[in-house]
Design a protein around this ligand. Structure first.
Ligand SMILES: Cc1cc2nc3c(=O)[nH]c(=O)nc-3n(C[C@H](O)[C@H](O)[C@H](O)COP(=O)(O)O)c2cc1C
Length: 340
């Protein structure tokens, strides 16, 4: 049975679960699988390079007839605004923008008939996105995998953004990885969730199999927010954005010694690129969030989504049981006093 929230109604999907537009991970096959399962699949437009995202748009169009979206890093779009027009020619249901001021692009998105989804990390950013006319806000806490300059936890940020956004639906992002997280987000007033790390460990995700294997083995405590990998990768990320990633040997070697790292970049950069190409994650980065404790296997995205929905239903039933009038409860054991 489809769920009805302000988000599902606005985007025309069955379940309030959106795929995060993860650069290098959320390609067309993953986005199509999420949309086919009734969620909202978002293809990563990442660094706004047409040669990278246009083939993935073709794949999502081949893989699903249901609504899908495309996500860009706003600072990258500022450097190549034509990427937005190229994406809009393919009629995405929504354009997702994060990490930058969405206002210069909002009119272009709306004129093309697409919805605008803005990921925000603070109340001032949320106000800016509302001023831009965002149709959906995503409140990203600092637990989230990948980049973001949030200094807030998901649990406190989401209800604050919900109160500010009023009739504009808000998705919660950051360590939502199972049905409990979905229910918690709804309880905080969100109209759904944006899920990254859990879908990284999906069969259809573009990530290297060795990276997915590490995700399954790791816990949230193995993650760290850092700029170190971006100093090495040289992808143009503005200084203000750290990213949450798995600790690895490169991190342990250079953490706290960024100046020394910069002095050695001539040797380290080529070695990093070779490691990334070879799938050597002692050196190459794996972006991932604190929800990793809940990632136990690599599964097809449709399975992950269906499991999240059915776990959420079971979780809601447990929560509802707390509220049942005492005379209707069957309390046979002392333990019942403590069980939900
Ligand atoms: C591997 C990875 C890559 C990401 N790449 C992007 C990106 O290209 N653009 C973007 O807006 N967000 C990106 N994010 C952040 C997501 O939009 C989202 O905020 C995050 O995944 C939610 O937290 P979670 O990973 O705990 O589910 C990325 C996250 C991960 C894990």
């Amino acid at each position: 049975m489809p769920w009805a929230t302000a988000f599902t109604k606005r985007l025309g999907v069955n379940f309030p679960i959106a795929l995060a537009p993860m650069a290098g991970v959320a390609g067309g096959a993953l986005a199509a699988a999420v949309s086919e399962a009734g969620g909202f699949g978002i293809v990563a437009g990442g660094y706004a390079k047409q040669e990278q995202f246009l083939p993935e748009i073709e794949k999502v169009k081949q893989g699903t007839g249901r609504p899908w979206g495309i996500g860009f890093l706003t600072w990258a779009l500022e450097r190549n605004p034509r990427a937005l027009d190229a994406a809009l020619e393919h009629a995405p249901a929504a354009v997702f923008l994060s990490c930058g001021d969405p206002r210069p692009f909002a009119g272009i998105v709306h004129d093309a008939g697409a919805r605008l989804i803005c990921q925000v990390t603070s109340l001032p950013e949320a106000a800016l996105a509302l001023e831009a006319g965002a149709d959906v806000l995503v409140a990203q806490g600092q637990e989230a995998g990948g980049h973001g300059d949030s200094r807030r936890g998901t649990f406190s940020l989401v209800p604050a953004v919900v109160d500010l956004a009023r009739s504009v639906p808000v998705l919660a992002a950051g360590a939502v990885a199972d049905g409990r997280g979905l229910v918690a987000a709804l309880a905080l007033g969100a109209a759904g969730v944006l899920v990254g790390t859990r879908f990284y460990a999906a069969t259809e995700a573009l990530g290297h199999p060795a990276a997915k294997a590490r995700l399954v083995m790791a816990s949230g405590e193995d993650t760290v927010r850092t700029r170190l990998f971006d100093i090495v990768r040289d992808t143009g990320w503005p200084e203000r954005y750290p990213g949450r990633a798995l600790r690895n040997r490169l991190y342990e070697t250079w953490a706290g010694r960024e100046e020394a790292l910069r002095a050695h970049l001539d040797e380290i950069r080529p070695a990093y690129q070779a490691a990334a190409a070879a799938g050597d994650f002692d050196t190459a980065v794996i972006w991932a969030g604190e929800g990793l404790d809940l990632v136990h296997d690599v599964q097809p995205a449709g399975e992950i989504l269906r499991q999240m929905v059915s776990d959420a239903q079971a979780c809601l039933a447990r929560v509802n049981a707390i509220h049942r009038p005492p005379q209707k409860r069957q309390r046979n054991t002392e333990e019942d006093d403590w069980a939900w």
